[in-house]
Ligand binder design. Structure first.
Ligand code: ZN
Length: 53
């Protein structure tokens, strides 16, 4: 339940795409994270967000 899935492969801070899959569509840039909606949805519960409960 608590395993963090945030794993930036590429240069963090440089890319505008998702830090998880590199996508640039449906980006969620709130909360200081940069992930696409898909990854955000999967990662949100792990990092404390329960918006998609
Ligand atoms: Zn993604």
């Amino acid at each position: 339940m608590s395993n963090i899935v945030l794993r930036p492969k590429k240069n963090f801070g440089r890319t505008n795409g998702c830090v998880r899959c590199g996508r640039k569509r449906g980006m969620v840039r709130r909360y200081g994270i940069r992930m696409c909606r898909q990854c955000f949805r999967e990662t949100a519960p792990a990092i404390g967000f329960k918006k998609y409960s």
